[in-house]
Each structure stands twice: as C-alpha cells, then as structure tokens.
Design a protein around this ligand. Sequence first.
Ligand code: LMR
Length: 329
Amino acid sequence: MRKPTVQALLAGAALALLTGLAHAEVVIKFSHVVADSTPKGQGALMFKKLAEERLAGKVKVEVYPNSQLFGDGKEMEALLLGDVQLIAPSLSKFDRYTKQIQVFDLPFLFNDIDAVHRFHTSPSGKSILNSLTKKGLTGLAYWDNGMKQLSAKKPLKMPADAKGLKFRIQASDILEAQFKAVGGVPQKLAFAEVYQALETGVVDGAENPWSNAYSQKFFEVQPYFTESNHGYLGYMVVTNAKFWSGLPADVRTELEKILAEVTVEVNKSSTALNEGDRQKIKDSGKTEILPFTAEQRAAWLAAMKPVYDKFTGDIGKDIVEAAKASNKP
Ligand code: LMR
C-alpha cells in the first residue's frame, strides 16, 4: 500500500476538524407568533444575540417571528417533533398540557404585573414551570407581555355591553367561560387570523395587551378599547426535554444563564413597552381608549365570578389561593 502524502494527511485532518466543528454547532430554531417589537419578540432577539456572542461557533439561533414558521396550534407539535427547539406560547395555550397553568387566565386575579412576578417566583409558580416534564417539555422561564385590554366595535363599559358580541379568544376554556359569563360569544382563533377576523366582522371584539394591539394594527379595526387590565398575558419559554438534556453540559448551563438574564430584561421592560404602544395607539386617533372605573371593574368581576367556581377545582384551590396571595407585597 502506498504511504499517504503529507498534503493528503493535512487535507484529511482539516476535513475532520471542519466536520467536527460543523457537528458541534447546535442550531436552535426559536419560533413565535408575534412581532419583533413586542416583549416576546425582543426577548427572542436578545437571546439570539447573547447566545451567538457567548457561544460563538457552538450555537446558532434562528428566530422566526409572526407565525412565519409555525403558528398557534402547530408550534407545540413542531417542538415535540424536533422541528423547532424553542417556543414561547402564551400561558393560555398550554391548557391541554397542564390544568394548573390555567390559573393565569382567571379574570381579575392579579392586581398588577408586580403581583404576577411574585407568583412566578413562588413555589406554586415554579411547580407549574416544572409540570410539563411528563409531556416531554421543559419549561425554562416566564416572560411577560402585559395586562390585557378589551376592545370592540362598540364601547364596552358595563358587562351588559358585551352581550351578543362575538369575541376572539385564544384556545383556552377559561377565556371561553369568561366571555360567556358576560353574554358574549367567544370564538377560538389563531393569532395570525385575528386582524382579518376583526376587519371582516367574523368577530366583533378581542382582548390583548397594547403591544399586540399596536404591532398587529388591531386598533385600526377596533374603534373602542377599554383600559380594563382584566387579565394577564404572559408566556412560558419552553423546549423539548430530550433536546435540552442532550446538549453538552457547558452549552446548556450557559444558555440557561443567558435565558435568566433575558427574562429579567423582558420582565423589566414589558410595562414601559406596552405603555409606549398605548400612547402610539392613542396618538393615531383611530380608536378611542375608554377608562375603567372602580365601579365598572367591580361589575365585570362580579359577572365573571362563576368562572372561578367552575375552574378552581381543576386548577387546584392551593394554586388559586397562592396566586391571590401574591397581590399582597
Ligand atoms: C394571542 O394569541 O392573542 C397571543 O397569545 C399572542 C401572543 O403570543 O402574544
């Protein structure tokens, strides 16, 4: 057998090195349904930046916003199949996976975003984050969007104003019960379909934080918003448990550190971001923002009370109580 030349040996070594490097680079596809400018969109981009800076050559992050790759209903399946590695669906979209998580959808549960943060870090909040393991998912973090506002083609002041109106809701049984409690007709629709549904009158109203209402231009097709802050819209950043545990330990540890940093930043800036978008909506002059008095709040809360009676058993009384307790600093 002829001896290999030095050049051949070098070429072989270079190829082996290149192949090794190529194999070492982990590609993380992060798919979500909202715009880059929203708290979740910003968080995904910050995660990409920090991961690619600190794990250069080891990790590449591809962010797919606006349901570009997968929309509601498909992204969880895609995660379980390994077609994407990170998603951050709203907490309302997990109710098929864990009943406890439905607590976040209860209307008027949290007085403000600080109360939500106290709940996130409480033992109950942490246990919900860990409750998806059995389903092959690893919950990594809670990210805020913000408090939801009601919007409709007519002014919503008292609960009776919602009677007979069709409301777009996320795929959540609690949100369905919430609108039925005020005589509304809820309709589960994917986020990507909401603008058109509002524009064409398939539905008459909706609920979302200001950042989604602004970035998706809902304010152009909803003449009235009510500053109701009646519920929380947040996300769970979630990954495929097998994928995550299969990462090299040093990479996983660094990614978890980065995610913790991003989480602090997202949750610190989400309120200001939503306030800024509220102002832009107001300045557009295309819609009217109605205030929500204490009296109105009490009336909506009373009308929606049956939702608590119906779902507390499923969620767990201890979890609901812990969430209520988080209103006290
Ligand atoms: C919605 O469907 O209204 C929201 O969950 C979208 C999102 O991810 O903020």
